[in-house]
Design a binder for this molecule. Sequence first.
Ligand code: MOS
Length: 736
Amino acid sequence: MFGTYDRPDQRNMLDRTKQGVIGKPLDRPEGHLKVAGQATYAAEYQRPDCAEGVLVGATISKGRVTAIHRDKVMAMPGVLGVYAAQAMLRRAAQGTAGQAPAQDVQQVDFPLQPVALVVAETFEQATAAAKALQIDYDDQSADAVFVPSREMAEPATEPTEAGDIDDAMTQAKHVVDHIYTTPGHSSTAMEPHASIAEWDGDKLTLWGSFQMLKYNIKELADSLGIASSKVRILSNYVGGGFGSKLGISHDAVSAAVAARELGRPVRVVLTRQQVFQIIMRRSETEQRVRLGADADGRLIALGHEAWVSNLPDEAFAEPVTQATEFLYAGENRRLAIELSQICRVTAGSVRAPGEAVGMQVLESAMDELACQMQIDPIELRKCNIPSVVPGDGTQYSSRKLVEALDQGAKAFGWDKRKPNPCMRREGEWWIGMGMASAARVNILMAAQARVTMRADGSLLVQSDQTDIGTGSYAILGQIAAEMLGQPIDRTEVELGDSSLPHGAGSGGSWGASSTGSAVFRACEAIRGVLAGRLKCRPDDLHLQDGMAWAEGIAPRPVTDLLDGDIAKIGLIKPGKTSKNYQQATYGAFFVEVAVNAFTGETRLRRMTGAFGIGRVLNEKTARSQCLGGMVWGIGSALTEELAFDNRDGHLVNHDLAEYHVPVHRDIPKMEVIFVEERDGVASPLQAKGVGELGICGAAGAVANAIYNACGVRLRDFPMTPDKLLADLPDPFTAAS
Ligand code: MOS
């Protein structure tokens, strides 16, 4: 099929072009606007006569709305309307257009689920009225289950089984068999979910904060019962998403419903508390890991079983074992995920769904095995790198795990690590080092982009691709400038408008490589036109700084070849390269911690990450993605934890004062190394995804460093001082 990516592209096209901007650590073109507060985010648009909406959450955990007493609040100052249409009660979608289950008008599935929208002239009036709104319920909370349990869990997918793991565990010379737990996490992006809806006849324009516009217009259209051609979404700047904006949320639908009824624009902005309470969480997990190794450390048994949760009727189950499927050897395997249905806010994709928590646990268990065997943890990993995917024999695309382990270890100074705990003490502090592998699946998504070379040679790149803080504006411009030989300041990038050709959207780390491949292909088409006019083969065409030439054809301004704009749409779709290869990014983390011998406080001292992500498209934005991921890993290791009240399922720590993400003071010197790599199987850019890799295993490296420092092996994340304190060695008598 046209555009399908079936054959690996090994031409190294972007190594042969001359402009020299690809991969360079160029600034984001929108960076100045952002730091100067001039980039307009969804809630900041000024629309004439815009009314303000505030969502009202259910005060029961489960049940039905039986009456909404509108009259009293309608009489309050400035109040314009109270809306409770079916669509507004819909749970946040997960980026699955048309597949969100139809939901009962008045059904409440979790605490504080939005059940009404109050609209007023001002935000304050709407807030006051929302607080005063009386709602009657048929409260069925007594029947609800609030705590996940293994007993009620059902298989979420077909387990992966090979050989006989129980038998292999009894045969193995060295075994690890432990239960680990990770808590729920919240994305809680810096920009809260926000929407402004405005109708022009039957056409809706919505300024919002989303990751995947081509799906989001369908979701919104489905919710409103209109055609998606009637919906336009604008998301020019998105202040983070991390999965929470893959799908639409209550703000978008309720703003659209109210604006249609009122005949004027309506803005709905979630409070920080609402972002926590009603936007999806990462499921807590319970994970059993079984490792059985022979005398040389080769795995003969590998078990990874996980128990996760979601609301009834929600199919998403945190894919905890995703990387375990292909990362390490072990002929006897059992990998499984089971799902409990519980009454807590919807669980969904949060940065690196699966690997984020799966790798942190797998890599903790690998460290336990290495320590037990008294071998270097890096060596244990290296001797378990399979040649083909265990079980199904699939080939790997490019895989730079060994290189990442080696280069990371060297840069970090891993050779200075003490082999056993409690061997390094500085004053009150135990010092330790730990490492972990990183792995994350790589995905190519269908994408389109339009590139225009204008008559003056300048370039315009257009797609509905979003930039969620990841660098899309910079990267897509660099690809076009490189391919078409123009300076970056002659390259303009327009994104985040659903009326433009549909990019891949931002999710699953695929944005830059997928939409970038569409830009690449549009540029190839333009190069084809230019080569025809210059009378050379496209691959022989050289373009640089506005000049065009080829072997035997003297340089001339590219504008000589132009009699108007050349506009081409580039298209890419996943094909045989996606089916026939196991594609992933790999890396390694190295961490040095100090654990206070008296208080159990852990402080990060240094962290190094080495990553193989295929071609690096922009060294600065790629590095920032890795740093961000590593910071998430530190949060996951030490501080982040959603706390639910087991009596009624409500989220207790629903703000950034109580849900602890790391702050600048928590983050030490960080180093990111990119391993040289080209992966032509992954994309014609030979690039892979990078956004999520930096979190996948990072918390395991922290856990392993803590063990190396003080000998405490915690299997319950996050590793807060209270948990460490219980097992710390006597600070006065332990060997130093
Ligand atoms: Mo991601 S969690 O697919 O935005």
